[in-house]
Structure formats: structure tokens, C-alpha cells
Write a protein that binds this ligand. Structure first.
Ligand SMILES: [Fe+2]
Ligand SMILES: [Fe+2]
Length: 395
């Protein structure tokens, strides 16, 4: 009879299981964790942690079913189960404390960059012909908090943008995500915020959430740094920016978010310009990741689940995530990748996206978008402001 057995081992094993289950439920409820499991090379570690939670309970139930209470064998097996369960509980508590105290720890900085409220936007200027104009810079993937990132290039891009803002030729800077290497860690955010404030103290700054920013529970620190929500819309006269929270891929981009995106797109006159912003790329040249075997190019999930909503409607889609600069034309839209704000360049592509018109690897820089009477003038520049590629999108 089970009832004759002391329930202590079962209580310890159940506690270890419940603790790990609670941690995993919290972790996978956080933005980006499912994507990290699929794409981030963490699958083995996550499955090992799940095994740490499940194994003691399975072993304890089996021990209690297989052995009789009278036998010495039961006493030994039961003691081992208690020891393994205790170890499991300690591992879970340790991992949980590490992640939660990082994610919800003290603020990285009391300050923040000079952020723009997307609902207000930035003020439009008047062009020489009197029509509204603006000129903005976009770049992505600075990866503050990572040794391998190019901090002089990062600073050069921001200082150039700040100088142009001061002389009235630039209106805002859009950072498309992966601002930091490890979203839950305060140190990277402290470096990011202090560096941005040093290099670009007054530059109106707006950001997207990147997959690295979101690791694990990092969205809390991202929101504190930029006072933003991950999805937003900014209307600048005839140009409409729609920012989407697409981190590793479309994981978490469910029916409600698709409906929101569709409603935004439908509300914009066809004579106006639509610029969709997303950390994760749709089209991109790229490579197969050596560690995971995953393809980091033309993102099949993004192209299947999200691209059909925007292709042909958006004039331009700008992303980061792959650390290249690229201009692609496909499906009635232009697709720019500008992961060139200092993050370590990705490998030389083994795959070239069929619509690729221009590609650059190993050069840091930014994408300038300027509203002119003839259309949206787009120009990739290196970190010194030298033009690399130009294209004007007109109606
Ligand atoms: Fe990145
Ligand atoms: Fe990324």
C-alpha cells in the first residue's frame, strides 16, 4: 500500500518539480524566450533544466511503486531520491534567483536617452519648396555589453547623428534593437544608456526591442531604458512608421498583433508612405549558423506568417538582426537590413537573397531616410557619413 510509505520523498520531489515548472512557465511567458529556444542555441540547456525538474519526481514515484517499505533496497533508493530531489530544488532556486534578480534588479541607470514619444513624433521641418520634410537615421544591433562589439564605430555613428541634429539636418535616430547583448543584465544597459547619453545627449532617440534585449525577462529593462512599448506607430506627415515586436521570428506575434498591424495598414491612405520597422529581418542574405544548423537568411517563418500582411503595402521595411547592410527588392516592397551599429559582423553569406540589390558586410553605418518632394530618399552611409548606396522610393 502506498499509504504505508512516508510521503517525505514525494513532497521534496514534487516541490522540485513545481519550482522548475513555475520558473519555466514564467520564462516562456516572457517576450523572446520561445524564439531563443528555437533559434538561440539554448535548446539543450533548457531541456536539461526541464529534466532536472522532472527526473527526481519520476524516480521517486518509480521507487515507491517498485520497492516495498520493509526492504533495505527501498530505504537506499528512497534516500537517493531525496538527495537528488534536494539537489534539483537547489539548482532551480539558484537559476531562478540568478535570472529574476538580474531581470528585476536595481535600475541600470537613473537616466535615459532623449527619447521620442511615438504618439507625438518629432516636429516636421519645412523644405525649400515649403512642403514638410524630415531626415532620420536608422541603425541596429549596437550590442552594448559585448566585448566583440566595435565601440568606436558605435560612437562615431551616434556622434555624427548628434552633430547633424545640432546643425538642423537630422531629426531623430531609430535604433532597431539588440541595443544590449544580454537584456536581463544591468551592466550592458548601464553602458548603453551612459554611452548614448555621452555620444548623443540631445538626439531624439526611438528604439525597437531586439532578441538580445529580451533575454530573459529583459523587456522590463528595455522599457525602463526607452519608455516605450514594443509595438508603436509614428505618423510624420505623409510618412507612417509602424514598429513591430518581431525578435527571433514571428514567435509571439499572434492573432491580436496581426489584427493591430492590419488595422494600421488599412488606415493609411495609399498615397502616403508606409515604413515598417522590425528587429528580425524578413528577407536577408545570410549563412547557416554553425552551432545550431539554423538558416540565418530569408526567414521562412517571417515570410510565411507576417510578410504577406505588409508586402506590397509597405514602401519600405527596415530591420536589423543580421549584422550586415543590405537593400532587397521583392514582392512589391523594398527590404533594408541595417544591423551595422557596431555588433560583430556576421559571417560572409553562403546564401544570397534573390532580390538583393546591394549588400555590405564588415562596414558599420546607418540608413538615412529623407522626405523630399520626389519621394523617400534612402541612403546607406558608413560611420563617417560617406554614401554607400542610394535609392529613392516614390509614389
Ligand atoms: Fe544582433
Ligand atoms: Fe538580433
Amino acid at each position: 500500500m502506498q499509504s504505508s510509505k512516508n510521503p517525505f520523498s514525494l513532497i521534496v520531489a514534487s516541490s522540485a518539480f513545481a519550482a522548475m515548472a513555475a520558473f519555466m512557465i514564467w520564462a516562456f511567458a516572457q517576450a523572446g524566450t520561445l524564439g531563443m529556444y528555437r533559434w538561440g542555441g539554448t535548446r539543450g540547456m533548457i531541456l536539461a533544466l526541464c529534466a532536472v525538474g522532472v527526473f527526481p519526481l519520476v524516480a521517486t514515484i518509480a521507487t515507491r511503486a517498485l520497492f516495498s517499505t520493509e526492504g533495505k533496497a527501498f530505504a537506499i533508493a528512497n534516500a537517493i531520491c531525496v538527495a537528488v530531489s534536494t539537489l534539483s530544488l537547489l539548482v532551480t532556486i539558484g537559476v531562478s534567483l540568478f535570472v529574476l534578480t538580474n531581470a528585476y534588479g536595481d535600475a541600470a541607470s537613473a537616466d535615459r536617452p532623449a527619447t521620442v514619444d511615438p504618439a507625438q513624433g518629432f516636429p516636421l521641418r519645412k523644405g525649400i519648396d515649403g512642403s514638410p520634410t524630415f531626415r532620420i537615421a536608422l541603425s541596429s544591433d549596437p550590442h552594448y555589453g559585448r566585448e566583440a562589439s566595435d565601440s568606436p564605430a558605435r560612437s562615431a555613428i551616434l556622434r555624427l547623428s548628434q552633430a547633424e541634429y545640432e546643425n538642423g539636418t537630422l531629426d531623430a535616430f531609430f535604433d532597431l534593437g539588440d541595443t544590449v547583448e544580454m537584456g536581463m543584465a544591468a551592466a550592458g544597459w548601464k553602458e548603453a544608456i551612459e554611452s548614448i547619453r555621452r555620444d548623443a545627449p540631445a538626439l531624439p532617440f526611438v528604439a525597437l526591442l531586439g532578441n538580445h534585449d529580451s533575454i530573459i525577462g529583459g523587456i522590463t529593462r528595455w522599457k525602463t531604458a526607452f519608455a516605450l512599448e514594443p509595438s508603436w506607430r509614428m505618423d510624420e506627415g505623409p510618412v507612417h512608421f509602424i514598429a513591430l515586436d518581431l525578435l527571433w521570428g514571428p514567435e509571439g506575434f499572434g492573432a491580436a498583433k496581426k489584427a493591430w498591424l492590419k488595422a494600421q495598414l488599412d488606415s493609411i491612405p495609399v498615397t502616403d508612405y508606409i515604413v515598417v520597422l522590425s528587429h528580425c529581418f524578413f528577407y536577408s542574405s545570410g549563412y547557416v549558423d554553425e552551432g545550431t544548423g539554423m538558416p540565418w537568411y530569408d526567414h521562412a517563418d517571417m515570410l510565411r506568417e507576417v510578410a504577406p500582411l505588409i508586402a506590397g503595402k509597405a514602401d519600405l521595411v527596415v530591420s536589423g538582426h543580421n549584422h550586415y547592410m543590405e537593400w532587397i527588392e521583392a514582392d512589391g516592397s523594398a527590404w533594408a537590413v541595417v544591423g551595422a551599429m557596431g555588433g560583430k559582423p556576421d559571417p560572409v553569406p553562403s546564401y544570397v537573397s534573390p532580390g538583393s540589390v546591394w549588400f555590405s558586410r564588415g562596414v558599420f553605418g546607418r540608413l538615412i531616410i529623407e522626405l523630399r518632394p520626389e519621394g523617400l530618399a534612402c541612403e546607406f552611409q558608413d560611420q563617417t557619413g560617406k554614401a554607400l548606396f542610394q535609392k529613392t522610393l516614390s509614389k
